[in-house]
Ligand binder design. Structure first.
Ligand code: BTN
Length: 315
């Protein structure tokens, strides 16, 4: 684990005393550094977008929580310590790829990786996931589930429940799940989930599941090609800081995966999946190597798979 920087210490102190004025002397004593080091750290944070007042004789005052995905801001919203770290990066190729690297190096079960932006965000079916800085949450949750690969859709669906719960808790909006991995607001995609499995040896059991979650939070518009399909929390009328939403999402993921019952298709989880599904009752196309078939999505099975009735051959 890397050492805490002066900027991180100062961020945590200012967040803990938001809207209060702290004298330069108090800050330098609390942090155990010189007043000139404090001033340099304040200057550094301001350049990152922190709004810190420093009127003469009144010390430093944080006037607004910054909308940043840095460790101190996320920890401020997490409030309670968790057994595994939340690792925040200003930029990554992909939080999933970083997860794969950390799994090889050795990492705690339930570690979380967050990136402010991704340069190679990955989506399903080889597609890319647009991941600009300052507007989204790009998160991977590392889980050592010790179960068979057939549970993949339940893992992804449970992550979907956590996303819906977090968005609803932070904004009052009512997202739904388009089976198995898209979260929908106003008929458009607000979040995509991609789960990659790392199998353990020869028995085929899953050593690690890396659950990658991308949420559009603060975009005000999308590029032309996504305009009909994508929406952000803000465009749907929700207002939340990304770190606050990310912290709530981590809490909900911890809670659903700690409860343990998810692997057996817990009745309460299945009931939530059915209630929040916007796929049940719809005509769907089932793609298989033998060809595509159409039918009606009628239920979600205990392993998380979608049950489709009357899948007739497509014309
Ligand atoms: C999809 O909708 O096709 C899935 C998108 C998944 C995007 C997230 S963002 C965090 C994680 N890192 C990635 O590279 N992809 C996932």
């Amino acid at each position: 684990m890397s050492a805490v920087t002066i900027e991180e210490k100062l961020s945590a102190l200012l967040l803990a005393h938001q809207k209060e004025s702290l004298s330069g002397e108090t800050v330098s004593r609390e942090m155990g550094v010189t007043r000139s080091a404090v001033w340099k750290a304040v200057d550094h944070l301001r350049r990152q977008g922190w709004e810190i007042d420093s009127a003469s004789n009144r010390g430093y005052c944080l006037t607004k929580t910054p909308d940043l995905l840095t460790t101190p801001v996320v920890e401020h919203f997490l409030a309670e310590k968790r057994p595994a770290p939340v690792l925040c990066f200003p930029e990554l190729d992909s939080t999933i790829t970083q997860g794969q690297r950390l799994v090889l190096e050795g990492v705690e079960d339930r570690a979380v990786i967050l990136a402010e932006r991704q340069t190679m965000g990955a989506g399903r079916m080889g597609r890319s996931f647009l991941s600009p800085g300052g507007v989204g949450i790009y998160l991977s949750y590392l889980l050592a589930p010790r179960c068979g690969g057939e549970k993949l859709s339940l893992l992804t669906s449970c992550a979907g429940l956590a996303v819906c719960g977090a968005i609803a808790a932070c904004t009052g909006l009512s997202p739904r799940i388009k089976w198995p991995n898209d979260i929908i607001l106003e008929g458009k995609k607000v979040c995509g989930i991609l789960t990659r499995l790392v199998s353990d040896g020869e028995d085929g059991s899953i050593g690690w599941a890396i659950i990658g979650i991308g949420i559009n939070v603060a975009q005000e518009r999308f590029p032309e090609e996504l305009r009909d399909k994508a929406i952000s929390v803000r465009m749907a009328g929700g207002s939340v800081l990304r770190a606050e939403l990310a912290a709530e999402l981590v809490r909900q993921l911890d809670s659903i995966f700690d409860a343990g019952g998810w692997q057996e298709g817990d009745p309460a989880i299945l009931a939530d999946l059915r209630r929040l599904s916007c796929t049940l009752g719809q005509r769907v196309v089932v793609s298989a190597p033998q060809g595509s078939r159409q039918g009606e999505a009628v239920d979600i099975a205990p392993d998380g798979s979608l049950l489709v009735r009357g899948a007739s051959a497509q014309a």
